[in-house]
Write a protein that binds this ligand. Structure first.
Ligand SMILES: Nc1ncnc2c1ncn2[C@@H]1O[C@H](COP(=O)(O)OP(=O)(O)OP(=O)(O)O)[C@@H](O)[C@H]1O
Length: 405
């Protein structure tokens, strides 16, 4: 900005009392002319100042507009990879593009590798985001002690037995494997239709072995924590190691371990990296101590076979839809705490609920209880189950999920 010119000197009037009248008049005229000169100079300066003020006002408005756009426009998320004196290497999430950008002095003291930042179109860091512990906590659900027990699971006794052998024995009786000279299974993959008790089974083993239960949903890893999948997988194993004995449960593993698709979009590359991280964690898992990994999927057909190799998810357990006997057991389990009339016949209900999953049978029981309440009764009758079934049939028209899930 140009400096403002200094003000002109103020003219002075020197009137000598000895002066004649004409001389004084002449001096006054000269003084008047000086004052007019200064006046003109000041007027020009004022005009310049005004036009400068207009220019500056225009600049301020322009900056305000830019500021607004910066504040309101969408920003990209990136992770800081390296910080130098006045430059920083960033990796943009989503496309994983690496960029070298200038670092503003206000950030140079505080920014560290690993920080998450919001950047604009020209890769300038606009702000530093909260650290990843939030994301880590959001992405993983840690339950010190789940409450499910084996006795709460109906109709899949064989599967319960298999999971116990694959997970419980290595945790509670590792010497057995050393004595026999075999490696315990690394990972267990539960596969089968939704709502058949896969999560419940994993929770029950954690409960019965007093292990910390750490759950992570594969779909969240790739949808919610874009660009951070691989790091979260690393964190997941670290967290498990800090909380031994622990059971890592990865739900919807198909979201990170699907067969490679033809397309080479950056999203796929990101999913691939997350899966590779998972595989490398599992491969380097020899001295893993007391950590078990259980994964679940409803889409076994979509899985990349690489995750099923020995030393990875090498114990496959299918959890099918319950049979008629299974449904009878599940109904008995979910009505244990209900005030049921003697007439309620589980075998009959089981016959009428072909194709129902455990989760749907649980909903059926709750809905029957609701019908009893609506009828101002405290005892649940067969007719309540019948009405609940009708309601489900009505709500469950093709393509509509059962409404009261
Ligand atoms: N075999 C079962 N015995 C008793 N209850 C069951 C059974 N299967 C499911 N349930 C009930 O349904 C609920 C949901 O089941 P769960 O989340 O374990 O199913 P899932 O197979 O993991 O489903 P998804 O694949 O959709 O994640 C359980 O909390 C439980 O109340």
């Amino acid at each position: 900005m140009s400096r403002s010119p200094s003000l002109p000197e103020r003219p002075t009037l020197d009137l000598d009392p000895e002066m004649s009248r004409e001389e004084r008049l002449a001096a006054l005229r000269e003084h008047f002319a000086d004052i007019m000169g200064v006046h003109d100079q000041l007027a020009t300066q004022l005009e310049d100042a005004r036009s400068q003020q207009d220019d500056l006002r225009g600049e301020v408005e322009q900056l305000q507009r830019e500021n607004e756009t910066l504040k309101t426009s969408s920003l990209y998320i990136a992770t800081v990879e390296e910080v130098n004196d006045d430059e920083v290497v960033l990796k943009q999430h989503g496309n994983n593009q690496e960029v070298l950008t200038n670092l503003s002095p206000r950030l140079s003291e505080t920014l560290e590798a690993g920080d998450r930042v919001a950047i604009n179109d020209s890769f300038t860091i606009q702000r530093v985001l909260d650290d990843e512990t939030d994301a880590r906590a959001q992405a993983m659900q840690v339950t010190e002690q789940p409450t499910a027990e084996y006795g709460d699971i109906g109709g899949i006794d064989e599967q319960v037995q298999e999971v116990r052998e694959a997970v419980e024995d290595p945790l509670t009786n590792p010497e057995q494997f050393v004595e026999v000279g075999i490696e315990p299974p690394t990972g267990v993959l539960l596969h089968g239709p939704p709502g058949t008790g896969k999560t419940m089974l994993a929770k029950a083993v954690a409960n019965e072995t007093d292990a910390t239960f750490i759950k992570m949903a594969g779909s969240e890893l790739v949808q919610k924590f874009i660009g951070e999948g691989a790091r979260l997988v690393r964190d997941l194993f670290e967290l498990a190691a800090e909380n031994e004995p622990a059971i890592i449960f990865i739900d919807e593993i198909d979201a990170i371990a699907s067969k490679r698709t033809e397309s080479k979009t950056s999203g796929d590359a990101e999913v691939q990296r997350t899966m590779m991280q998972l595989l490398s964690e599992m491969d380097g898992f020899e001295a893993r101590g007391d950590i078990s990994i259980i994964a679940a999927t409803n889409r076994f057909d979509m899985l990349d076979r690489a995750i099923l190799r020995p030393g990875r998810f090498d114990r496959l357990i299918e959890v099918p839809e319950p049979t008629v006997e299974g449904r009878e057991k599940i109904l008995a389990i979910h009505t244990r705490d209900m005030n049921l009339a003697d007439e309620v016949d589980f075998a009959d209900l089981a016959g009428k609920t072909e194709g129902f999953s455990g989760a749907e049978l649980e909903s059926l029981c709750t809905e029957a209880g609701m019908f009893a309440i609506r009828d101002e009764r405290t005892e649940v009758h067969t007719e309540d189950f019948e009405e609940a079934l009708e309601k489900i049939d009505r709500d469950d028209s093709p393509g509509t999920p059962i409404a009261f899930h």
